[in-house]
Design a protein around this ligand. Sequence first.
Ligand code: 5CA
Length: 441
Amino acid sequence: MYFSKSFIPILKNNPTEATIKSHQLMLRVGMIKQSSAGIYSWLPLGFKVMKKIERIVREEQDRIGAQEILMPTIQSSEIWKESGRYEDYGEEMLRIKDRQGREILYGPTNEELITDIFRSSIKSYKSLPQLLYHIQWKFRDELRPRFGIMRCREFYMKDAYSFDINDDEAIYSYNKFFLSYLRTFKRLDLSAIPMSADTGPIGGNLSHEFVILADTGESKIYTDKRIFEVQSDKAILNKENLNDLRNKFDKYYAVTDEKFNKKDFDEKVPEEFRLSTKGIEVGHIFYFGDKYSKPMNASVDYQGKKEFVKMGSYGVGVSRLVGAIIEAKYDNKNEIMKWPISVAPFDCGILPLINKNDTKNLDKAVKISNLLKKNGLDVLIDDTEENFSSKIKKFNLLGIPFQIMIGNKNEGDIFEFREIGIESKNISINEIVEIIKKKKV
Ligand code: 5CA
């Protein structure tokens, strides 16, 4: 892709309407464009990153045996009346009337709809567990949408739902999602801590928020620093093993604001390990038993009896993650963004110095680009006539993890190569390909 032909509308300066760095950067490099309060269009650069995040989220759902479906954005009010949440949900729900005067709504979450889908098809306990998920736009009429796509009204969420025969099996399902979240955030190069959390309008009594530390986060958190050392690499999908994994995390005090109790904090956490700071909630999981299955009559036959299924729900803010990664990775002082290569909009930038009417460096850039493409890498060539320093400044903002410079003094197949934010070195193009490919796996 040539920069001159790309749709990457970069602004000269930071937009003044944005107060946090992810919002500033996303507007500055043209990842998103606001269409109205809390509602955004996703432009190519932002959309590419979000799609890559979505792919990782999907792979990690599939890996624990969850099955993907797609539910609509628009729901009927009937099912919400059945669960009793239609009135409770309040003004955050966007309520609409269709031409027949029927009450419909833009889904803020899908517990009711999935319960309705489940009850109409699954009749026997032998079909359990069922783990179903979808990735879809949600709408919540937030009172104060802010921080760009971090707290907006329309956002992209992965939401999953589990159905089991009893509490024990349901906790097993809960723990599978717990593990899949740890794996997902790790692949995004984020250190997300599972914290005991409040259940709010979703309900239930067991819940974890996955939070990444950031000064600009909206959640106040209190934790024992030792939780950062807990390893999850060796976990496997067996009941005992997952129980142990959960216990290893739950052993440490780690809570969000609503669950905070100063006495507990002081008693349970030795002073040197106490950390109270701010974070961004990127995922949230809930166990709520028969909160929806009972009023909505979702049951299965079990030993001659009708049993209401035990349910949990599991959310990841796919669009919010784009901003969260920026908050975690952007170096404000040096104005350098570095996308983890797993989600970077391009793998490598090629920056040829272009003098009027002399296409020598651009020709070299195209050749290198072809070689990188053959190796499965995604490349952006800066074919503008800007000087090196403004090209580098621009690419530092774009956050593409690798840069190849092509100047007038270039000899043979040796090029100036840089991993963003690190000193450059002169190495052969073959070495460059190897370095990038190695990082990509
Ligand atoms: N049904 C449950 C789990 S599937 C649920 O809706 N949970 S939630 O309310 O916690 O939302 C899940 C995730 O969506 C959150 O962890 C957060 O990352 C993201 N999210 C929630 N509200 C917003 C918002 N206004 N803007 C951007 N992302 C949001």
